[in-house]
Design a protein around this ligand. Structure first.
Ligand SMILES: Nc1ncnc2c1ncn2[C@@H]1O[C@H](COP(=O)(O)OP(=O)(O)OP(=O)(O)O)[C@@H](O)[C@H]1O
Length: 769
């Protein structure tokens, strides 16, 4: 009904307009000039009427009102004729008016019919528009509801994402803390690892040292066995001890091998743990990177979502506006629908992306967990290794103790043997051929003299000699040192030790005693002995021993002593009568007045001393050797040891002597000063021989004072020292005469019994008292 009334309201102004237009049309069609005025009927102005009825035109209601108000006027009251004509005219007008009114009514009716049709059509159209708008409104309401739902779900998602974000932040914080903890644990682990490495290095060094000791033990054991074969009388007792030692040594070797294997396996495990730890850390870093990138992506998605939310908001406000302006075109609605579709699509993409991100985050967390577990495993493994290492330490300490016991046993045995034997030991060393000479020296290939025998061919005659040990031309400096290392060790134990090299010029005495201290392989006995003494004294610190060492070095040239360590050059060569007097005290300790004695604390200090001394040595040329030593060179190291734990004190001496070359005068071709030198050398060497043979014969008077060399070495040769002589040989056939002389002298020395070596040791309280 309301719609209809509105349609009627809308239709009324249009009808009036039509009416007005109709009237206008009629007026335009007739024209005011063409239309006769109502007064045209007046007979005075009008031409005589045509026979036909005059046409009256009505323009509208005014004309009709004018007609109805028209009054009959006659010339007078009685002018009926005029009145009747006027009346007739009036009736005609009335008829025309009625006709016009009828026509007008028909037209109005037709117009009303048309208008009613139009109204109905308009109403129908209006109803259709209203229905479509209603359906559109319903649709929009549904869309709005749907959008509201989506908005609610988006809001929910947003809350979820926010909550997840908070969770992620929390987990990131936790993770950061865990990472810091893991990093600090890792740092601790690496510190521990470094410590373990250092410890392992130390242990390896110890193992190496133990191996060296063991090797020396082994080699020494071989030599002991050789000795044992010579000592038939004590064979049973020594064999038992040696067997025991051998057994202990085998146990030690086994323990050491086990320890070595264990150390290797621990090292391997450590390497593995280290690599797995670094792998875990690398994985963790990757994961952290991944998590960071996921977070960045999440942030982007969130921003995108926020942007979309803002868009939805603006769309909703658009929708509100749209609702107000329902008359707006449906294309806008379509656009909105399209945008809604796009929005939905983007929402679903975002949801998908969020899901993917969630999956990635979950997998990242899983990986992180795994990496944490790996770290835990590494820690557990590290703990195991630490325990294994501690166990190893314990076993090593046990092994060290065993070795120490074995070492003590060996010392005892060694000294027992030497005491039983009581003679000077002699080693022979043959240097390599230096010319194209075929050589005159050979060695027994079988029998008990292998390694101990040497044979020379001279004037088609074979000369055989055997010594405690024979080194052929191929023997290295290290091999030679290994054989004498135990003797050097005795100096630390408080013995007087004397090692000297005897032989003709150029036979390799200096090479054997000094060698080239700068090149490891060519180092001779002096630098190697000092290295060993310093190393061993360091090791003995753990057993409470503290050592003080003093070195001196002199040469005896033409029966004159020269101080090789003097810093003042003139004092080296000016040996006045009062200078360099040799004195022996009641304890058999020797001192040389004014001789430079240097406290040495490290091998480096000794090396520089050796260099200084080498530069000071008298070197002269002979026909036999380009750089022939024309003097006896005596290096002396005094060792003072004190054990705070046991209050024991020891005092050992190590004398290392490079004798001047022994050569017969006719062979050396010496004249003048060189002849004097050679004579002095030969004299002192024959004095040495005299002393040794006198001791061997147990003569009452031993001619120590016949030469500076023998007087200097009196405490060492007198019986309570351990003495070793190297007889050096030149293998050339041209040297066989000299070689046989040297070998004969050495053989005589070897057969001499000079006494029993005594250890110089005392308790602190005694010495203090
Ligand atoms: N075992 C060896 N291996 C290699 N070369 C050696 C060996 N022994 C000696 N020589 C070399 O032989 C030469 C002579 O040696 P060295 O100077 O040691 O003899 P020496 O007996 O000390 O002589 P001198 O009595 O005249 O001083 C040197 O060049 C040395 O390098």
């Amino acid at each position: 009904m309301a719609t209809r009334a509105r349609a009627a309201r809308l239709a009324t102004p249009r009808l009036k307009e039509n009416d007005a237009q109709q009237g206008k049309r009629q007026r335009t069609a007739t024209g005011s000039a063409a239309r006769p005025p109502l007064s045209a009927a007046s007979p005075q102005n009008a031409p005589p009427p045509p026979p036909a009825e005059p046409a009256f035109e009505f323009a509208g209601r005014d004309d009709v009102d004018a007609l109805l108000n028209e009054k009959m006027k006659g010339k007078n009251k009685m002018d009926y004729k005029g009145k009747s004509e006027q009346m007739t005219e009036y009736i005609k007008k009335l008829r025309a008016c009625i006709k016009w009114l009828l026509e007008r009514e028909d037209a109005n009716l037709a117009e009303i019919g048309r208008l009613n049709g139009q109204l109905e059509a308009t109403e129908k159209n209006h109803a259709e528009i209203v229905a479509s708008l209603e359906s559109q409104i319903e649709e929009l309401t549904a869309i709005r509801e749907e959008l509201q739902k989506q908005y609610a779900s988006l809001e929910e998602n947003l809350k979820k994402v926010e909550a997840e974000k908070m969770d992620s932040l929390r987990s990131y914080k936790d993770e950061k803390e865990a990472r810091t903890a893991v990093e600090s644990a890792r740092n601790e682990l690496s510190d521990e690892l470094n410590k373990v490495k250092l410890e392992q290095k130390r242990l390896n060094d110890q193992i190496k040292m133990l191996q060296d000791t063991n090797k020396r033990l082994q080699e020494y054991n071989t030599s002991l066995q050789q000795y044992n074969s010579n000592l038939q009388a004590d064979a049973t007792k020594n064999a038992e001890t040696t067997a025991k030692l051998q057994k202990e040594k085998n146990t030690m070797v086994e323990t050491m091998n086990g320890l070595k294997d264990h150390a290797n396996s621990v090292k391997l495990q450590l390497d593995l743990a280290k690599s797995s730890q670094s792998e875990a850390l690398r994985q963790k870093n990757d994961l952290l990177k991944e998590v960071n990138s996921l977070r960045a992506e999440l942030q982007l998605v969130r921003e995108d979502r926020d942007h979309k939310s803002a868009e939805i908001q603006s769309l909703l406000s658009d929708l509100g506006m749209y609702k107000e302006l329902t008359g707006k075109s449906s294309t806008e609605l379509e656009n909105i629908m399209i945008r809604c579709g796009v929005l939905e699509e983007s929402c679903s993409t975002q949801s998908e992306r969020i899901r993917t991100l969630e999956i990635q985050l979950a997998s990242a967390n899983e990986k992180l967990k795994r990496s944490d577990m790996t770290t835990m495993e590494t820690m557990a493994e590290y703990e195991n290794q630490k325990r294994a290492l501690e166990d190893l330490h314990f076993r090593l300490a046990e092994a060290e103790q065993k070795i120490l016991d074995g070492e003590n046993m060996r010392k005892k045995l060694h000294n027992t043997i030497l005491e039983l034997k009581g003679n000077i030991r002699v080693f022979c060393r043959v240097r390599p051929l230096l010319s194209n000479d075929s050589g005159a020296v050979s060695y027994p290939k079988s029998g008990e003299d292998i390694g101990r025998g040497v044979e020379l061919m001279h004037n088609a005659q074979a000369y055989s000699f055997s010594f405690d040990r024979v080194f052929d031309h191929s023997a290295s400096q290290e091999e030679v040192f290994t054989e004498i290392s135990q003797l050097v060790q005795s100096a630390l134990d408080g013995y007087k030790v004397c090692i000297f090299a005897y032989g003709q010029t150029g036979s390799g005495k200096t090479h054997t005693m000094m060698g080239n201290p700068e090149i490891h392989e060519q180092k001779g006995l002096i630098p190697r002995s000092l290295e060993q003494i310093f190393e061993t004294s360091q090791c003995l610190v753990s057993q409470g021993w503290k050592y003080k060492m003093q070195a001196s070095m002199l040469e005896i040239y033409n029966e004159t002593i020269r101080d090789l360590l003097a810093t003042n050059r003139t004092s080296i060569h000016e040996g006045g009568a009062s200078k360099y007097n040799i004195k022996h005290d009641a304890n058999g300790n020797t001192s040389v007045s004014d001789l430079t004695v240097v406290d040495v604390r490290s091998i480096n200090e000794v090396s520089s001393l050796l260099k200084r001394a080498a530069q000071s040595r008298s070197v002269g040329k002979t026909q036999m050797n380009e750089e022939s030593s024309r003097s006896h060179c005596v290096f002396t190291l005094r060792i003072f040891g004190a054990n705070e734990g046991t209050d024991q004190q020891v005092q050992g001496v190590l004398n290392l002597i490079d004798l001047a070359g022994s050569e017969r005068l006719n062979k050396s071709g010496a004249t003048g000063d060189r002849l004097k030198e050679t004579q002095a050398i030969n004299k002192s060497l024959s004095c040495l021989a005299d002393v040794i043979f006198s001791i061997a014969k147990k003569e009452e008077h031993i001619p120590f004072r016949n030469s500076k060399l023998t007087y200097l070495l009196q405490p060492c040769l007198g019986g309570d020292s351990k003495t070793l002589m190297f007889v050096n040989l030149s293998p050339e056939s041209s040297s066989t005469g000299e070689s046989i002389c040297s070998l004969r002298f050495a053989a005589r020395v070897n057969s001499c019994e000079i006494g029993v070596p005594r250890r110089q040791t005392q308790m602190r309280s005694l010495s203090q008292g």
